[in-house]
Write a protein that binds this ligand. Structure first.
Ligand SMILES: NC(=O)c1ccc[n+]([C@@H]2O[C@H](COP(=O)([O-])OP(=O)(O)OC[C@H]3O[C@@H](n4cnc5c(N)ncnc54)[C@H](O)[C@@H]3O)[C@@H](O)[C@H]2O)c1
Length: 343
């Protein structure tokens, strides 16, 4: 679909699993000004099936050729976390915009290499897919706070529950895979930096399996706001995300995700999705449209930058240290490089 001004960006997608396929479908059907021109996945059958389902996508056999190919304008990375760095760095080196799924990379060092490459090239090319910044509910929370309706913020409560997690999922993914969403959205909502973190878990004998036990993170911002994040990836009942901002003059919270309620048999019920895609499909769509529109009009990306991605991974590492040491871990504030300053 071309944009209103007739422009069409050719995107190459690397990684065609759950998220890569979801982004491909949205780009193909619902985002204007873009075409998915090529896809790559180490699972060739999966990539081929996706390519066939799209309007005009070809199957690529080498991810780095896909990145440098002259007919590809921009890249979308949706491969596993530990593969992001190589593809993002290759995109930056090729001078092409790249939207990388969260996290930017799973280690601080990898994120630093990406930031260094972007700073050296003096051009912002990297966008990070923390899509909650494009969710209507979170947008309303931020606007309500900014209008002063609830006074100054004091506390932010976040809950992140998944229906189930694979039994072999490493415990660290509670933080690097799940809580990173809340870490990013908390910084964005409060426009404040996290300076210390602590972690708490229920007694092990209460949990069915060690990796499925819920985790409670307590973060403190430079401005003194307390942020708590419950991550529970084996909650059984469905995918459920809550957020409540408590201010000196009131509170504002996300409401029920389902627009309808069923009343029957002496009960009121609302449907919950089984995973994150239906809950955040509008946010993914808006994120992708904003990315593409920005590429056409040279409008700065307002989502998470490589610097944000780096800070989130840094905070996530501090959380993992807090889990391992049972101590409160401080995070030193760092000067934002010139490239990432908006004022
Ligand atoms: N923003 C969100 O809400 C959200 C939600 C889920 C996952 N994610 C992120 O999206 C990314 C993909 O997650 P997913 O749930 O789609 O995982 P997935 O396992 O469903 O898909 C990953 C795909 O990458 C492929 N792959 C593996 N190694 C590769 C390589 N070296 N090069 C290219 N492809 C490779 C796999 O074959 C698979 O098809 C991860 O970084 C994850 O953290 C983001």
């Amino acid at each position: 679909m071309t944009s209103a001004n007739g422009l069409l960006t050719s995107v190459g997608i690397i990684g065609t699993g759950l998220m890569g396929a979801e982004h491909a479908r949205l780009l193909d059907d619902e985002v204007s000004g873009v075409t998915v021109a090529a896809v790559f996945d180490t699972d060739i059958d999966r990539a081929a099936t996706l390519a066939k389902s799209l309007t005009s996508a070809r199957l690529e056999s080498d991810p780095f050729e896909l990145i440098t190919n002259r007919d590809i304008d921009a890249l979308l990375i949706a491969s596993p976390d530990q593969t992001h760095e190589q593809f993002v760095l290759a995109s930056v080196e090729a001078g092409k915009p790249v939207l990388c799924e969260k996290p930017l990379a799973p280690t601080v060092e990898a994120c630093q290499r990406i930031v260094a490459a972007e700073v050296e090239g003096r051009r912002r090319l990297v966008s990070v897919g923390f899509m909650r910044r494009f969710d209507g509910g979170y947008g309303d929370l931020k606007a309500t706070l900014q209008r002063g309706e609830i006074g100054r913020p004091w506390m932010l409560h976040n809950t992140h529950r998944n229906a189930s997690a694979p039994p072999d999922q490493p415990a660290s993914l509670l933080v690097t895979g799940s809580a990173v969403h809340e870490i990013d959205i908390s910084r964005w909502l409060l426009d404040d930096e996290i300076v210390a973190v602590a972690a708490h878990q229920p007694a092990r004998q209460l949990a069915g399996g060690e990796n499925s036990a819920p985790l409670l993170l307590v973060l403190q911002t430079a401005g003194g706001v307390l942020v708590d994040i419950e991550v529970f990836v084996d909650a059984r009942y469905g995918y459920d995300v809550h957020c409540e901002l408590v201010g000196g003059a009131g509170t504002v919270s996300l409401d029920a995700p389902a627009p309808t309620a069923v009343r029957r048999a002496s009960a009121v019920s609302r449907k919950l999705p089984t995973d994150w895609r239906p809950r955040f499909v509008d946010a993914y769509r808006r994120e992708l449209q904003h990315w593409i529109d920005g590429l056409h009009a040279d409008v700065p990306w307002t989502g998470a930058s490589a610097w944000d991605g780096y800070l989130v991974t840094r905070i996530a590492e501090a959380c993992l240290e807090a889990v391992g040491t049972h101590t409160r871990v401080s995070i030193e504030r760092q000067e934002r490089p010139e490239l990432y300053r908006t004022d």
